[in-house]
Design a protein around this ligand. Sequence first.
Ligand SMILES: [Zn+2]
Ligand SMILES: [Zn+2]
Length: 153
Amino acid sequence: MERISWHQYFMAQTHLIALRSTCERLTVGATIVRDKRIIAGGYNGSVSGSAHCIDDGCYVIDNHCVRTVHAEMNAVLQCAKFGVPTDGSEIYVTHFPCLQCTKSIIQAGIKKVYYAKDYKNHPYAIELFGEAGVETEKIPLDDEALQLVHTLE
Ligand SMILES: [Zn+2]
Ligand SMILES: [Zn+2]
């Protein structure tokens, strides 16, 4: 039996949770991992209990949808809500983090960012990650990993 690699396992999980996104402008997923254990997940979505973009449309200001909490932030905030330390953890994301999420990732003590796709990789985000000693590595989701899921059927 072929086993899925750790990277592909966490990256597949990250893409799965992205499917829960409620904003159609960008479906994003994030998974926080510590010692090879998933400690939190998040997707691009509205504040709990509030209207969803997919139902009521996006709330656009300056060409950005302001309705949603970004996937990375949702994952970090889930840890805050339940009192789970993020210091020294790693995060898997479907897209390179935006500037706001970059700052939150650094501030949460996350030490490594694995991203599947480039997304407007902001030079200041790259600079901040560098200053903070947070490594970023591109790990595209592998079709072969998804094929393994079908072998379970
Ligand atoms: Zn939206
Ligand atoms: Zn973001």
